[in-house]
Write a protein that binds this ligand. Structure first.
Ligand SMILES: [Zn+2]
Length: 101
């Protein structure tokens, strides 16, 4: 394996990990029935790129539908996403569970 191939493989695995992370998050949030927005989180160090810094600025809340297009922002993106819990939907969901439905 050449150095370049190995490098490419690592990048590809990283991207796959990011996509797997996103799919897990999406499915957990969907299952909760209480998340319809998210906040972009960065490592907050000097390696954060301008795209990600912009996404994270001001704790902007993004609709869940935007997650697929936004994440990961680029190769080797180290960011993660935080759910914004819709309290009304969460209460409905808890009530539904308590009713045994
Ligand atoms: Zn990033």
């Amino acid at each position: 394996m050449t150095k370049n191939t190995r490098k490419w493989t690592n990048v590809s695995t990283k991207k796959e990990e990011s996509i797997m992370y996103k799919e897990n998050v999406q499915s957990a949030w969907h299952e909760s029935g209480a998340v319809d927005k998210f906040i972009w989180m960065t490592a907050e160090d000097d390696q954060v790129c301008p795209i990600c810094a912009d996404y994270a600025r001001g704790n902007n809340e993004y609709p869940l539908e935007d997650l697929d297009a936004m994440f990961p922002a680029h190769e080797n993106c180290r960011c993660w996403v935080k759910p914004v819990v819709n309290i009304e939907k969460a209460a409905d969901e808890i009530a539904r569970i308590l009713r045994g439905e």
